[in-house]
Ligand binder design. Structure first.
Ligand SMILES: [Zn+2]
Length: 392
């Protein structure tokens, strides 16, 4: 005998416990253990939902519920717009082995009418919904992660070999504000690796060229150019507006300067460096891992520290390392995965050897150690013996 809709609903009601909006409100106030499951469509969820509710549209319930709620003994409160879809959803979940599923009668409309708390996620434009659709599909990013990316402020030190790919991908990912510090102009010899810049911009400031390329890629990104050299005088003022610093500089004085400033300002420093065919990346996170000085207390003698200009570099290498820096930055922004804090990724491109070394904080570090001797920024040219070297 075939069943009518009424039969199905009666059957569900006999099996599933229903609570009114007021009862759910009481229950949620008393203990924070319940998982609140919103089984409406994404569009309905987007317009407003219970605080902390997990979105799983009814149409995907059977397919995705076991990955969304792996513990079948967990207490769940399901709701929809009016109480029908959630009742049927709860019945299906019960059949799948969920032991403690309640349906909220009257649904979201009763909840809202009663004046209980609801929240609305960031509203994306149609263009953004399409642009970031592949992020939305990843549960680790989703709309929540994308909103974090759009709100994030990242400062790139250098728009060169490392800064170019890092900034390009951060821009593509929708990092809302990208500050770029570089006092250089585009040179023909840069174009073998510095992919933000183009032939027709030779002689133009790199910050301007970077801004032009990134905004052509993604108009959501605000690019803030700093056409100046980073110094002990200006760095604290510049970095104070940013959440994360990406160090793509090519010289030791700036590297120590960025390290010390990030430590003093308590900002994560996503570090990358390259030499000929080898590259390294790590995250120096004040309070969570070592700093650059823990690894290299002293700079190398100037004649032992050749730049790309002197030593050469395979063009694709800074691409690899800069992209790793972008990836680490995104992980820090969305708060997912294990960042390279206390780990040094070493990339040797000729043998294709990739190693991760564990880094420890040095208790004797003059900056982040137990008895620090550095409390302010210093003269980094002098520290790296560049003054005397130039004079000689
Ligand atoms: Zn240190």
């Amino acid at each position: 005998m075939s069943k009518t809709f009424k039969d199905i609903m009666d059957e569900a009601r006999s099996e599933i416990k229903e609570l009114s909006a007021a009862e759910v409100q009481n229950l949620l106030e008393r203990d924070g253990k319940h998982i609140v499951l919103d089984v409406r469509e994404r569009e309905e969820y987007r317009e407003g939902h219970l605080d902390g509710a997990v979105s799983l549209p009814r149409g995907f319930l059977e397919i995705k519920v076991e990955s969304t709620i792996p513990d079948k003994t967990a207490p769940v409160i399901a709701y929809c717009a009016g109480g029908t879809r959630s009742l049927l959803a709860a019945k299906v979940m019960k059949e799948m082995g969920y032991q403690n599923v309640i349906s909220m009668s009257g649904g979201y409309s009763a909840w809202k009418t009663a004046g209980y708390k609801w929240v609305q996620d960031r509203q994306f434009t149609q263009e953004q919904a399409t642009r970031y659709s592949r992020h939305f599909l990843l549960p680790e990013v989703g709309e929540e992660g994308q909103a974090k990316l759009l709100d994030a402020k990242v400062l790139l030190v250098g728009a060169g070999g490392l800064g170019s790919p890092a900034a390009y991908y951060l821009g593509a990912a929708g990092v809302g504000t990208l500050g770029i510090v570089d006092n250089d102009v585009v040179d023909l010899s840069n174009l073998q690796r510095q992919i933000l810049h183009t032939n027709d911009r030779i002689g133009k400031p790199k910050t301007e060229s970077a801004k032009q390329t990134i905004q052509a890629l993604n108009p959501d990104v605000r690019v803030v150019p700093y056409q100046e050299k980073l110094t002990s005088q200006n760095i604290m003022h510049i970095i104070k507006d940013y959440d994360i610093i990406v160090d793509g500089c090519d010289n030791f004085p700036t590297r120590y300067l960025v390290n010390d400033a990030c430590f003093l300002a308590k900002k994560p420093n996503v570090h990358g460096s390259i030499f000929q065919f080898e590259g390294q990346a790590t995250v120096f996170y004040p309070g969570k891992g070592p700093c650059y000085r823990c690894l290299y207390p002293e700079p190398p003698p100037p004649d032992m520290a050749p730049s790309c200009q002197e030593a050469g570099v395979l063009g694709v290498l800074p691409g690899l390392i800069g992209v790793i820096q972008a990836l680490e930055t995104i992980k820090l922004i969305i708060g997912k995965g294990d960042p390279l804090v206390g780990k040094l990724l070493c990339f040797n491109t000729l043998g294709m050897d990739i190693n991760t070394l564990t880094l420890k904080r040095d208790p004797a570090c003059p900056l982040c150690g137990e008895k620090p001797t550095i409390h302010n920024l210093i003269d980094y040219e002098e520290f790296c013996n560049l003054r005397t070297a130039h004079a000689a």
